[in-house]
Write a protein that binds this ligand. Sequence first.
Ligand SMILES: [Zn+2]
Length: 283
Amino acid sequence: VYDSLVIRARESPGGDRILSVMTAEAGIVDLFVFGGPKSRLRSLASPFASGRAFVYLDPVKDFRKLSDFEARESFPALREDLGRLWSASLVAEILVRTSGGGGDYPAVLGLARDCLAGLDASPPERTAYPIVLFLWRFVALIGLGPEPGTCVSCGRGLGWSGESPGGPGAARSMTRERFSPAYSFVSEGFLCPRCAALDRSAGREGAAFGESEEPSRREDPPISLSLGALRWIETAGTRSFAEALKIALDPSSLEDLKALAFGLARRAADSPLASFSQGAIPV
Ligand SMILES: [Zn+2]
């Protein structure tokens, strides 16, 4: 018996259904479901249903067959909005790609359920919040989360309103990005305003002299973080998932955090994700 969340369904060449489920006990497990398209079990154990899976293990043929499913939650509103469904599919894809997060399965399962419940309850204009929070916590759970609050380059704090690198006179003409901290995918951590400015000007000089940059640098440039984004990072980690979802962000801070969370997700998966491959991202 597995405590489980169905994350994927596909058909075998023989017409049977194969489910991938995230379990608290064993991470990702593939299960055969026998019976026609209209069977009770098929409709109970469909993607994003959560509950207890009763499984028969055939020790000779070494396959697992789902014999019953006791659904506790099915998150029906996920299918009513493209942003919700896309986000739920990204959760599923990340879990499959990382083999269920690689170790702390009960925590990963709980986090995935929290995210789906948050998506299920979110109005369409707020579907980005649960997926950003999920990805942020997921990368921390699997040990790939950036150290918050500290500059990875000089070790200082990230004080947003710190002294601008060009001196007080220059600050007036500087745009927001010039004196805000940033996340660097190259350094895999946060940069304080001063180091972020040095990093940006080094990037520009490199480009001006025609030096070839690493491909990763071109794909994911440093992300400037607004005060709102920085505060979200500080507080989101100290609250329950449902409480952290209530922190409202201004549109530009939300865009910063989406870019950060999606960039971290790509790195956690260690290869391109299908969720990001087609057209516009609907959240
Ligand atoms: Zn620094």
